[in-house]
Design a protein around this ligand. Structure first.
Ligand SMILES: [Zn+2]
Length: 75
């Protein structure tokens, strides 16, 4: 696909885990499609992905499954 930043082709989708908020409000979304460009080194989310993330955050209570995970803070 074409990179939105530099306009070259070869950008790829990588599925990544993103976290939002912190502490009690920490919210994690897995498999977020991030566009990564090997030419300019940029990684970004498409408008469509950002829109979907907003939707997931909004419906977090209904969609989320609670999972016990380890969390550390960078010292
Ligand atoms: Zn690029």
């Amino acid at each position: 696909m074409i990179c939105d930043i530099c306009g070259k082709s070869g950008a790829r989708i990588r599925r990544m885990t993103r976290s939002y908020g912190r502490g009690e409000n920490l919210f994690v979304i897995e498999n977020v499609p991030v566009v990564v460009c090997p030419h300019c080194g940029e990684s970004y989310l498409t408008a469509e992905t950002l829109h979907e993330i907003e939707r997931l955050k909004l419906h977090r209570k209904n969609l989320a499954q609670e999972r016990c995970i380890d969390v550390v803070a960078f010292a």
